[in-house]
Design a protein around this ligand. Structure first.
Ligand code: PRP
Ligand code: URA
Length: 212
């Protein structure tokens, strides 16, 4: 793997590959698109959770006492509006105790620069493990900006989870935020001159919410 991708972890799973294909297919309608996003998000959440720390405590079964486990840190999911919303329910199914913050960012279609329009996260987010979720990592502008906002609020423990990543976005995050590990379900070839990922899946927000 090239050195600039050392911050990127590709989820290599047959069910993910099957569902990324569903997302790529131009014929997939929003209902089936959302269902596939949810299934991939389940698997992403399981994979990302593998390294979570546990605290031991005593639990009483109907027969005897034994060791139980709970997550040591609070988990906060932060979807980037609007397309990130589609991934939330899949993550919450696997990590139901997670809190959810929101960051509203929209790419300016001409400059491709992200513009912030909403920010609301739980109190004490600085002590939490934060999973920033956005289906598309294209130029990396939105992801880098969202990470800036979270770091300004004191977040130190941060992971970025996406469905499709472009090399350009991975490189940008690696340069600006080398401490943030990226998990993705697909690594695509490149961006076109409008900043869309190729082969990609089109506009994730429009395909999720049927606003094409
Ligand atoms: C999409 C996507 C990311 C961003 C990625 O959002 O959900 O947030 O583009 O592109 P970048 O890496 O070049 O910044 P978009 O701006 O289309 O907003 P939407 O989710 O409201 O449709
Ligand atoms: N945002 C999207 O929704 N799709 C892309 O391909 C790039 C950015």
């Amino acid at each position: 793997m090239p050195v600039e991708y050392s911050n990127f972890h590709l989820i290599d799973h047959p069910l993910v590959k099957r569902d990324i294909t569903v997302l790529r297919d131009v014929k997939t309608e929003p209902e089936a698109f959302r269902a596939a996003v949810k299934r991939i998000s389940n698997i992403l959440a399981v994979d990302i959770s593998k390294d979570l720390q546990l605290t031991l405590f005593e639990v009483e079964t109907p027969l005897e006492k034994t060791t139980g486990y709970k997550l040591s840190h609070e988990i906060v999911l932060v979807p980037v509006l609007r397309a990130g919303l589609g991934m939330v329910s899949g993550f919450l199914e696997v990590i139901p105790e997670a809190k959810v913050g929101h960051i509203g960012l929209q790419r300016d279609e001409t400059t491709l620069k992200p513009i912030e329009y909403y920010y609301k996260t739980p109190k004490n987010i600085d002590a939490a493990k934060v999973l920033l979720i956005d289906p598309m990592l294209a130029t990396g502008g939105s992801g880098a900006e969202a990470i800036n906002y979270l770091k300004k609020r004191g977040v130190k423990n941060l992971i970025f989870a996406c469905l499709v990543a472009a090399p350009e976005g991975i490189k940008k995050l690696n340069t600006l935020h080398p401490d943030v590990r990226i998990y993705g379900a697909a690594l695509d070839r490149e961006l076109n001159n409008k900043g869309y990922i190729l082969p990609g899946l089109g506009d994730a927000g429009d395909r999720t919410f049927g606003t094409l």
